[in-house]
Design a protein around this ligand. Sequence first.
Ligand SMILES: Cc1cc2nc3c(=O)[nH]c(=O)nc-3n(C[C@H](O)[C@H](O)[C@H](O)COP(=O)(O)OP(=O)(O)OC[C@H]3O[C@@H](n4cnc5c(N)ncnc54)[C@H](O)[C@@H]3O)c2cc1C
Length: 490
Amino acid sequence: MMDRRAFLRAAGLVGAGSVLVGCSSGGPAEPGAATTPPTAPPPTTTTTGPPSPPNWESLRARISGTVLLPGDAEFDKAGLAFNPLTDTRKPAAVVRCKNKDDVQACVGVAAESKIPIAARGGGHSYAGYSVPEGGLLVDMSELKEIQVRPDGTVRIGAGARLMDVYTELAKAGRCLPGGSCPTVGIAGLTLGGGIGVLSRRFGLTCDRLDAATVVTADSQVIEASGAKGTDLFWALRGGGGGNFGIVTEFLFSTFPAPNLAVFTLRFPAGSVATALGAWQEWIASAPPELWSNFVVSGASRAPACHISGCYVGSVGDLNGLLAGLKARPTARIVQEKDYLQGMRFFAGGSQRESFVASSRMLPAPADPARVAELMTGRQGVDLLIDALGGAVADLGPSDTAFPHRKAFASAQIYGKTDASGAARATTQVAEIRDALAEFTGVTGYVNYIDPAMPDWANAYYGANLPRLQQVAKSVDPDKVFGFAQAVPRT
Ligand SMILES: Cc1cc2nc3c(=O)[nH]c(=O)nc-3n(C[C@H](O)[C@H](O)[C@H](O)COP(=O)(O)OP(=O)(O)OC[C@H]3O[C@@H](n4cnc5c(N)ncnc54)[C@H](O)[C@@H]3O)c2cc1C
């Protein structure tokens, strides 16, 4: 049997990493955006000679934040991501930035030294890509200010986590469609799209983005926005974290916070095929106010399943809709919640968790009997089918970088495992992912990033890939930013 490190290496979780940066800077990037002068003198990135090793002491003296190096008391902990299976990834330095000047300084050091660099928001990258092996981890956790403005927009620092965002918005009576896990970062979530329980009513998180402040590869600060019509702004909405620069702040439009009706329905083991058939038919004709997911829990003989959901409206109206579901649960919870209570209902825990995962995007309902068959003999692996449609499909596949606008649902394959079971979980997840391709073709969600995803760039980006490559080449010609699944620059 493969040992853990060998497994992780095979899966691309160690050693695969970081694309080495290119040779010389081509000067300021030309993404077509208006630029604002940096607030501190940018470190030069024009290097003609061989790269020099990073001068951490010089960086320490120049920034307001903290530089942590191996041997420093907090270093080991500061370099960890959410998934402990990625703990073998070790950065050369962790820099806790206090402001965008610090971020500019970090990018300058990485460009000059040609070492890998990655920003970390919530640290939930499935593959640990926010921890650059042997490189500079730009820890954004202290840039977490959330400011709800009188016009209903909200400015959010790129280090903020989802439950803090929801809590501040709720205080102001506003809401933003986002993901479920309380400690996921707003940064990674938004940059990859952002699917959640309010998506069918209010769109993806990235659909509500109005502007972003970005430190680019040449240490300039760019304000990317729709008004300025930039390719960069297009790419930031679904093109995936870590590709085009480091966002320091997001500006979103919000909605008045609605009251919600939430529900969970449980079905007996062995009823996956009938319940999934009924659920698919039901959700396909449901109004956008209703979001729901169907979860199959793999088992040796008879997989179990349950349905959860969230309705933007009253319990009475939800009960009317549930009456149309042609599958009878054995247990049922329906509750009224305010916005924040609703977000907490779906939140789950915030402790670190070891897992292996992948995804596909279903263009249409899947064959329920085939899904039941696929999940038989798969103990420890869940298949989470999250309905899309509604407001997600109001935009076209090329309107933002998120290409899966017309998908019926995302299908996430998730194997919770400790290190000793990781090789088996990886095999199981891969088998289900590859079998699902018979319904889905080459598709996948970049926020469920899978280091072993075959043909990953086409899977995540589809027909948007060439434009994303152009943007990446334009804003980062020297490949300062890069990781194993970064948008290819060629
Ligand atoms: C438990 C759990 C629950 C989840 N639930 C959902 C869900 O409900 N809906 C959903 O859509 N997704 C969900 N996800 C997936 C999640 O959206 C992605 O893992 C996302 O990339 C995490 O963002 P992060 O900031 O926490 O992660 P990080 O690991 O910090 O970052 C992810 C990537 O973005 C880059 N990045 C981070 N910050 C910046 C920045 N400021 N500028 C540029 N690049 C940056 C990183 O370098 C890395 O490549 C979940 C993940 C987990 C682990």
